[in-house]
Design a protein around this ligand. Structure first.
Ligand code: MG
Length: 335
């Protein structure tokens, strides 16, 4: 009988943000991750509401229909709050859920650009499709995977919980193999750490998933730590469930940020110099119409940096002209 073995999680605000707007559920056989977005602290509210909705509903069984209902319920709660509380208007969150059924199969539900991966036979495979602008362009063949990683609009997602009364949920089922390791993570990990390195870290720490989760967070911080980083891990093992797995925590659903044991001393860095409500590269949600418009003209808009560079260049040219005039006048007077 295949069952859940070790489980682990780690979350960290990263190096650029003061708040952690990621939330997760680690309640075997139910696992979920949510990456919130919205002004001020609304992103934190959105992800916490979505995680607690899944946590409250509990595991149960019922396959893809059940998982879709879990995500729909989370969507309803976030949308209701965003509609009734002006301070959270426009907030949203991603959500990726994994539910291990009594039969041992795993059902996933997914909205947004958080990801689910599996490490099987030492090979990492991405299970979810990102609901993001750049992923859409890659799927259409209009952007290479490489360019997508550096695209200025890579944080724009096309589907999220909370923005509409209903949400379109991707649902799929996986038949696990003995020894599989499943990873749910926010884009603060997958944007900072390449798939090859995630694979290496999981292979190196295969026997200690707590260590693996901490190593993933360290790697994302080494890569820049631009965003909140969260990883939830569980393995599937073949064997009787007689002996309880001491590493499997009975219950954990992070609602408040909890940095304990997730930041290695070598990664401790001073907080950013000044608080900022709107991080430089904050995630945005676009509607279907906006997406169509963006896809019709995928060029990135001119960034403020580019405008600044042009003004600096103009100033330099003017300064050079003045210098030439001064020299000519001085030369004329000196004659
Ligand atoms: Mg994020």
């Amino acid at each position: 009988m295949i069952r859940v073995g070790q489980t682990a999680s780690a979350t960290d605000p990263g190096r650029k943000r003061r708040q952690n707007e990621d939330a997760f559920v680690l309640r075997p056989p139910l696992f979920a991750i949510a990456d919130g977005m919205g002004g001020a602290r609304a992103g934190e509210v959105a992800s916490a509401l979505a995680a607690s909705a899944v946590n409250d509903a509990g595991a149960g069984s019922g396959g893809e229909q059940r998982v879709k209902e879990l995500v729909q319920e989370a969507n309803r709660r976030v949308h209701e709050r965003a509609s009734n509380d002006p301070s959270t208007s426009g907030m949203g969150t991603t959500m990726t859920v994994a539910l291990v059924e009594p039969t041992g199969t795993i059902t996933f539900g997914h909205v947004g650009d958080s990801r689910a991966y599996v490490l099987r036979s030492d090979k990492l495979e991405q299970l979810t499709d990102d609901h993001s602008l750049v992923a859409e362009l890659v799927r259409r063949g209009e952007l290479s995977e490489r360019d997508a990683e550096l695209h200025p609009q890579r944080s724009v997602i096309t589907r999220a919980l909370g923005t509409d009364p209903d949400v379109d949920v991707d649902a799929f089922t996986v038949s696990p193999h003995d020894g599989d390791v499943y990873l749910l993570c926010s884009d603060g990990l997958s944007d900072m750490v390449g798939a090859d390195e995630i694979e290496q870290i999981l292979r190196r720490n295969r026997s200690d998933l707590d260590g693996a989760a901490r190593a993933l967070v360290r790697a994302a911080n080494r890569g820049g730590g631009d965003d909140n980083i969260t990883a939830v891990l569980f393995e599937m093992v073949d064997g009787a469930a007689g002996e309880p797995d001491e590493k499997t925590r009975e219950y954990a659903a992070r609602v408040e940020p909890d940095d304990e044991d997730t930041l290695h001393p070598e990664d401790a860095v001073p907080p950013p110099p000044a608080p900022s409500d709107e991080p430089a590269e904050s995630t945005m949600i676009v509607s279907g119409a906006e997406l169509q418009a963006a896809l019709a003209s995928p060029q990135a808009p001119e960034t403020p940096q580019a405008g600044l560079g042009r003004r600096l260049l103009a100033l330099l040219v003017i300064a050079a002209l003045i210098a030439v005039i001064v020299v000519l006048v001085w030369w004329g007077l000196a004659r």
